[in-house]
Design a protein around this ligand. Structure first.
Ligand code: GAL
Length: 706
């Protein structure tokens, strides 16, 4: 990377390439450490994430620190011009600590306290664990906080887990007291008179669990999930505070868990400066990874666009991915040639400024000894995996000009954890197990992904989300309306925003209570509809959206309406399509409500992908959103994503997720492919799993949307 490269999210030039590095496991073999530092530059590894599970080595006995091995690594890294992400070691407590303080260990739903073992096995609510973590974090910060090699504080590792200890339940009650102040308010919010669940003492409140309260009191179940995320947020905030007390002002990040994110990332990431997450896609698990199972490729892009939305205006960090396979996968297939660079570049395409691996060198023992690593047990600098890593280095180096640039989507899809939890777990309108949240969001996103329409994935209520930058916002199944959301949406629509929402939206308030008159009056005004009933269909049944011939949106005359269908009445909105059959034939199936300068579209029933595809394309055309390429240009399995600098210099990432070469006709586009250095003039040929990064150098000869 050259010093003239633009600065990345950490204020360093170019894109960063790095890995988890665990020298604490190799202190008995100094020649290995020697070799590591010889090989880092060959692999193009410029950043090491250090000390992730190093507590036992760092503090072998309470209060007795051994910094020598870390000092050595810092000195070597500095000498080689490498940067360090120093991890606070809370993810794995040492044995001496849990032996002395078993109360820090997590308690499961059945009240059983865990024994020491594995990692991430502590309670975020344990005051004693917090005190010890703060102590070691302060010590690390005092020692390394000003070190020139330190680039980032990596706060712990993939926080996860729910604790049901007495200490956790007491913290939950405190959280509830702060929120509701009185038991009367809590009982009302929980509709506790139902089945005589009224609380008369705060101490009666227990965490919901399988053999206790788990379906009846919806507000309680939802609050518990919020509390668990808040408890983690609090724990993270305490970790960061200790680092700051130690005198370091270097930025912080915590790596979000790749496995579905059971905790609300908007809450978890609040105390840190930079967003980071870990990605372990199994693209190499199928021949056509872009179209398998739960659509692995599109899902990865979806989460990555969520990462960039969590902190608007800032690139993020891919803290972990495997350079080859992950041994915990059902079928840990090797990455096929090309897949590695493709997956690294996918994260860069969606806004990452750094890509790191788990891990540099495979250990000889433990659960992950046969997990992929840059230096595998039978691998080495001559290996195929090592060569793949070098190929990624080249791509990242060539793409240095991308550093610091941002995505600039005018389309967004809403996705928030309150709605996910409520609809996936604690809804009671029937159709259990058939909640389509967040599949509905993913399917809408997929239409954008396949048609070169940049799209953010966001929580519309989040204070950091300024809706003004979006022209179209899709909020499917916005079932739960947080306080203030309808006002925020209304102001944005009045100013010209276009909202697409529909079935199962606006049903309950922030506490998961149905609205007194069935609908929030402000939501009713916004959508221009009055809801009356909800019909459910069996999977083999369909009704239809019937659009008039030659309708203004250019939609077909008929599409299947499936699964869940709201029976609504017009209350200001205009009818665009009606139901085709049943006793409610003719009732509104798709409507639009003009509000100020904007519009609210309401899709009263679930649909299939053909409807979503046609609808989004129609809305883009009608409301002036232009995809990067004319519709129909992209062959299946290819996406185009964009990043942009403030000065207008744009980069388009063209990613081929198929194992066959594919070409695209780019019309009049002229650009340079940063990776190959070739001029692109009119068309582009991508190899199997190929990537091109088009650099327009500030001038875009973009085709006009057909
Ligand atoms: C991650 C974790 C790493 C390592 C890796 C293996 O989730 O953060 O420490 O365990 O999985 O795939």
């Amino acid at each position: 990377m050259t010093t003239s490269s633009p600065l990345n999210v950490l204020g360093l030039p170019g894109l960063l390439h790095g890995c988890d590095y665990n020298p604490d496991q190799w202190q008995h073999a100094p020649e290995i450490i020697e070799e590591d530092f010889q090989l880092f530059p060959h692999a193009g590894i410029g950043v090491i994430s250090l000390n992730i599970f190093g507590w036992a080595k760092l503090e072998p006995q309470e209060g007795h620190y051994d910094f020598a091995w870390l000092d050595d690594i810092f000195a070597r890294a500095e000498k080689q011009g490498m940067r360090i992400f120093l991890t606070t070691p809370s993810a794995a407590a040492p044995n001496w600590l849990t032996a002395k303080h078993p109360e820090i260990l997590r308690v499961d739903e059945n009240g059983q306290r865990r024994l020491q073992g594995s990692r991430m096995n502590f309670s975020p609510n344990s005051a004693s664990y917090r005190a010890h973590v703060s102590r070691i974090n302060r010590a690390l910060s005092e020692r390394y906080g000003q070190h020139p090699a330190l680039a980032l504080w990596h706060i712990s590792n993939e926080y996860a887990g729910t604790c049901y200890s007495d200490e956790s339940e007491a913290a939950f009650r405190l959280w509830l007291k702060k929120k509701y102040i009185t038991l009367d308010a809590l009982n009302l919010a929980y509709w506790a008179a139902f089945w005589s669940r009224t609380y008369t003492d705060w101490e009666q409140i227990r965490a919901p669990r399988g053999h206790g309260e788990h379906t009846t009191v919806h507000g309680l179940c939802l609050d518990w999930r919020r509390f668990v995320s808040d408890a983690w947020q609090d724990f993270i905030a305490a970790e960061v505070a200790a680092v700051r007390e130690g005198g370091s002002s270097v930025p912080t990040a915590t790596n979000l868990h790749p496995g579905g994110m059971p905790y609300d990332p908007w809450r978890l990431t609040a105390p840190t400066d930079i967003i980071s997450w870990d990605a372990y896609p199994a693209y190499h698990d199928r021949d056509e990874p872009w179209d398998t199972g739960w659509n692995v490729v599109v899902h990865q892009s979806f989460v990555q666009d969520l990462c960039r939305s969590l902190r608007p205006g800032q690139p993020w960090i891919l803290m972990e991915t495997t350079p080859s396979s992950a041994n915990w996968m059902d079928v840990p297939k090797l990455k096929r040639p090309g897949v590695h660079v493709l997956t690294v570049m996918q994260s860069i395409a969606h806004g990452a400024d750094a890509a790191l691996y788990f891990q540099w060198r495979a250990g000889r023992g433990g659960e992950e000894k046969f997990h992929g690593a840059v230096m595998e047990l039978c691998g080495g600098p001559e290996s195929r995996v090592f060569a793949d890593v070098i190929a990624a280095t080249h791509a990242l180096e060539k793409c240095a000009p991308v550093a610091g640039s941002l995505a600039s989507a005018e389309m967004a899809v809403g996705f928030d954890w309150d709605n996910w939890w409520t609809q996936a777990n604690i809804i009671s309108h029937g159709g259990h197990g058939r909640s389509h949240y967040p599949w509905e969001q993913l399917d809408l996103y997929r239409t954008c992904w396949e048609n070169a329409m940049p799209c953010d994935v966001l929580d519309p209520s989040a204070p950091c989300i300024d809706l003004a930058r979006y022209r179209i916002l899709a909020l499917p199944q916005q079932y739960l309306l947080r306080n203030g959301l309808v006002e925020k949406l209304t102001a944005w629509v009045e100013a010209g925003g276009v909202l697409l929402t529909g079935v199962l939206s606006g049903w309950v308030d922030e506490n998961d209570l149905a609205f007194e008159s069935g609908m929030d009056p402000a939501w009713r005004r916004l959508v221009g509809l009055r809801r009356e009933e909800l019909d459910h269909l069996y999977p083999d049944e369909t009704n239809h959206f019937i659009f008039p011939k030659d309708n203004a949106l250019g939609m077909n005359e008929s599409y299947a309406a499936i699964d869940k269908l709201e029976l609504n009445h017009l209350d200001g909105a205009e009818l665009l399509a009606s139901y085709g059959s049943e006793f409610y034939a003719g009732m509104p199936a798709f409507t639009v409500n003009a509000v100020g300068n904007g519009f609210v579209y309401y899709q009263a029933a679930r649909s299939r992908q053909d409807f979503r595809n046609d609808l989004l394309k129609a809305l883009w055309k009608k409301h002036g959103l232009v995809p990067l390429l004319p519709l129909g240009t992209l062959p299946p399995g290819i996406t185009v994503q964009r990043r942009k600098h403030d000065d207008g210099r744009e980069f388009w990432f063209v990613l081929n997720f198929r194992r066959i070469p594919q070409s695209i006709d780019l019309g009049k586009i002229q650009a340079v492919d940063l990776i190959s250095g070739q001029e692109i003039n009119g068309s582009i040929n991508l190899t199997a799993y190929g990537v091109a990064v088009l650099d327009f150098g500030g001038i875009i000869s973009q085709p006009i949307l057909a």
